[in-house]
Design a binder for this molecule. Structure first.
Ligand SMILES: Cc1cc2nc3c(=O)[nH]c(=O)nc-3n(C[C@H](O)[C@H](O)[C@H](O)COP(=O)(O)OP(=O)(O)OC[C@H]3O[C@@H](n4cnc5c(N)ncnc54)[C@H](O)[C@@H]3O)c2cc1C
Length: 392
């Protein structure tokens, strides 16, 4: 008897980890993505993504990340190349940490859960992380549990694993819509008119999702965020032990970044309001205004990089929900369809555990996280947005 079939739209981290999880549960899975894979425009295809359990008061994500870390370590042990770098994460601030602050609440949750965040004052920061000496930080902490994954290379590894596990990939064509039989999702239609039928369909198209499913355009939004890659004059200052992954006064500035990468660059990105446009827009790209905003930040916080040349920039896209929680849920109006999107700029770190949550949604299995990630078109307006995302 043949295995039940599943079509997944999108080969980013959602699509590929869901494919691995569903294939392991006995389904015959086909993933559709125009490619090439990993897709250069996908959010998952980048040189690095932060791995952190620090989530302010949102302990559900800290707990989930504790599970994800076990997965990252298992994966890394099986991979030939070092793609996971546990440099620790550094959260400095220019004002003393207060209840209600992201940094203060993160520190409390981490300490309560038995982690060992180290509180740092101005002198300790200057001594340990000299590139930040002139930034005027007076408080903060360093969390040894955290770091980054080389996300593009991780995607290459996961794609190979999925192919080896029997997942089929159909590339060079985009899906233009979900194929329906009656009100049931029954496959996909490609841009050359081909129809591929399947027992169930998962839309994992990242920031393209509200464009592929316009009925979700109010609840999900595609937002472009700038990413900068700088060439430091003194690379030794930016080695991981002296310059770990950071969030610099992050609720105020929105800026976070990474130590020197194997490409010889320091990556800094801005978790701000971003710009609302489609990832398919030919005008996608980082603007002069965004670069000028970065330079102001660098002059104030990281003078060592203030005039460093930009090696390259990238505009990367969030699939934003209004409350910042993921969106992984069956469509109540269309049996056989699950939408896995709404990453809101923070889901890559959950790669080892998110595939099984999507598979649980497909199978209708109980999973406490699915209540948080439920189908919720009624949730609108900026209530759940972080402070840094409310600034222009
Ligand atoms: C600037 C930036 C920084 C980030 N930093 C971090 C971080 O530090 N830590 C972290 O955990 N997360 C981070 N994230 C979030 C993380 O990148 C995302 O949560 C994650 O990559 C989303 O994966 P995805 O599979 O949903 O989407 P994507 O990776 O974008 O994949 C979607 C795929 O769908 C395909 N697709 C689209 N339309 C179609 C179609 N019609 N037919 C077929 N295929 C289609 C695309 O080609 C693409 O391959 C960041 C995101 C951005 C933008």
């Amino acid at each position: 008897m043949s295995s039940p079939t599943i079509a997944i739209i999108g080969a980013g981290v959602y699509g590929v980890t869901a494919a691995l999880a569903l294939q392991a549960r006995g389904y015959a899975v086909t993933v559709f993505d125009p490619g090439p894979l990993p897709h250069p425009g996908a959010a998952s295809t980048d040189i690095s993504k932060v791995l952190r359990p620090d989530y302010g008061p949102d302990e559900v994500y800290t707990a989930w990340m504790e599970q994800a870390f076990e997965g990252w370590q298992r994966w890394q042990a099986a991979w030939p190349d070092p793609l996971v770098h546990l440099t620790g994460v550094f959260y400095p601030a220019r004002t003393p940490l207060q209840p209600g602050d992201y940094e203060y609440e993160s520190y409390q949750v981490l300490a309560r859960r038995g982690h060992r965040p180290e509180r740092l004052d101005a002198a300790a920061i200057a001594a340990r992380f000299p590139a930040w000496a002139a930034a005027g930080f007076v408080d903060g902490y360093y969390n040894p549990l955290g770091g980054y994954a080389e996300s593009g290379r991780v995607m290459g590894q996961l794609l190979r694993q999925a192919e080896a596990a029997g997942v089929r990939f159909v590339t060079e064509r985009a899906v233009v819509r979900v194929h329906e039989q009656g009100s049931r999702a029954a496959g996909v239609v490609l841009d050359d008119g081909q129809v591929h039928t399947a027992g169930q369909v998962v839309v994992a198209a990242g920031a393209w999702t509200p464009h592929l499913l316009p009925e979700l355009a109010g609840a999900l939004r595609s937002t472009g965020l700038p990413v900068f890659h700088l060439r430091p004059a003194r690379p030794e200052l930016f080695q991981a032990e002296r310059f770990p992954v950071f969030g610099a006064d992050v609720t105020v500035t929105g800026y976070y970044g990474f130590p020197l990468h194997r490409e010889g660059v320091v990556k800094i990105a801005h978790h701000g309001a971003g710009r609302s446009l489609s990832p398919a827009d030919p005008a996608r790209g980082v603007t002069e205004a965004e670069i000028a905003h970065l330079r102001v930040f660098l002059r104030g916080y990281l003078p060592e990089l203030a005039e460093a040349p930009l090696a390259f920039t990238r505009q990367c896209f969030y699939c934003d929900t209004w409350d910042g929680h993921l969106w992984i849920a069956p469509d109540p109006a269309r049996p056989g369809l699950v939408v896995a999107a709404g990453d809101s700029g923070h889901a890559f770190k959950f790669a080892p555990v998110v595939g099984d949550v999507i598979a649980d949604a497909v199978e209708g299995r109980p999973n406490p996280l699915l209540a948080l990630f439920r189908w919720r078109p009624e949730v609108r307006g900026g209530g759940g947005q972080e402070a840094s995302r409310q600034q222009a």
